[in-house]
Design a protein around this ligand. Structure first.
Ligand SMILES: [Zn+2]
Length: 308
């Protein structure tokens, strides 16, 4: 009776894995059909760097290092937190303009770091346009990239962002992964909604090089690893602080590995941002199903032996 029971158990487990495989295959088929949005094929080791929250260290630490290495990046600007008064921890608009003149992209993170919910949708347009006006005052082009403040997302914002000229918007690693740990998935052009682009990693104080590698080593098979950073370091947001030495180590890994390092706007060479997948959650659900199947426990030695 026991071996029968084990055999049935094993069939159930193999069945779960089979479902996972089926879901992955369905995803591949879906991505083939969705490729109407995909343009040039993405070379392996293509990475996008993004920096949120207008932190002073973006100018002091990140800027000189990225210039030295020849890397692109997007800086997502907000006047939230204590931006207006605390110039020890936050950028000045003169520094932001300098980042633009250096060739980096200036993106929009809303004036007040607005969490986008059903209740705040009506505020979004003014929040985005306020940053655009500041950009115009400082000779910076109108923003076309957006990052969701606090990873608070509402699909009702998609048409508003499109009307405002936003082509690409980056989220965190949720909802596939929990916020804690900062893990994520690489962007799949033509499959991920261009206004719902996942972070492949959201750098945290506890990260070591292997955490960073787990994020960027997903940049293959047509996928782009979009990375999210805050301050390097970040005194005002200690839960997303990233030490300067860790950052230098991470950038060295990209340089020595021959990675191409871009700004978010550069995705336009790989994907037509005007083509939206019908269901932004489809790819998220496919990843979740594949993760659940991969996590289903393998049969124990006793069960395998007993089933023979
Ligand atoms: Zn933010």
């Amino acid at each position: 009776m026991f071996p029968m029971c084990s055999r049935r158990l094993r069939l159930v487990q193999v069945g779960a894995k089979g479902w996972g495989l089926l879901v992955v295959l369905m995803g591949l088929v879906a991505s083939t059909y969705a490729s109407g949005a995909a343009l040039e094929s993405v070379p392996d080791r293509t990475v996008v760097l993004t920096f949120d929250d207008s932190v002073a260290s973006h100018h002091r630490v990140v800027r000189p290092l990225l210039k030295e290495l020849g890397f692109g990046a997007t800086f997502f600007i907000t006047e939230g937190f204590s931006f207006r008064t605390n110039k020890q921890d936050y950028l000045t608009w003169e520094q932001i303009a300098e980042l633009h003149r250096d060739g980096f992209e200036i993106g929009n993170h809303t004036r007040d770091h607005l969490g986008v919910t059903a209740d705040t949708l009506g505020l979004l347009r003014e929040q985005v346009e306020a940053i655009n006006r500041r950009c115009a005052e400082h000779g910076i082009p109108r923003t076309t990239s957006f990052s969701w403040p606090g990873n608070s997302i509402h699909p009702g914002a998609f048409p508003i962002l499109r009307e405002l000229g936003i082509r690409f918007a980056r989220r965190g690693g949720q909802p596939e992964h929990p916020y804690e740990g900062g893990r994520g998935f690489a962007f799949e052009p033509g499959v991920d909604h261009p206004l719902f682009i996942p972070s492949a990693g959201d750098a945290r104080p506890s990260w070591v090089l292997s955490d960073f590698r787990r994020a960027v080593d997903q940049a293959r098979g047509g996928r782009v690893a979009v990375l999210q950073f805050h301050g390097v370091p970040d005194r005002d947001h200690p839960w997303v602080n990233f030490p300067e030495e860790r950052f230098r180590e991470a950038m060295s890994y990209l340089k020595s590995g021959g990675f191409r390092v871009l700004a978010l706007r550069d995705l336009s060479q790989y994907v037509d941002a005007s083509v939206w997948p019908p269901d932004p959650m489809a790819v998220v659900n496919r990843r979740r199903a594949a993760m659940a199947a991969a996590e289903s426990p393998a049969p124990t030695v006793e069960e395998s032996v007993g089933a023979r």
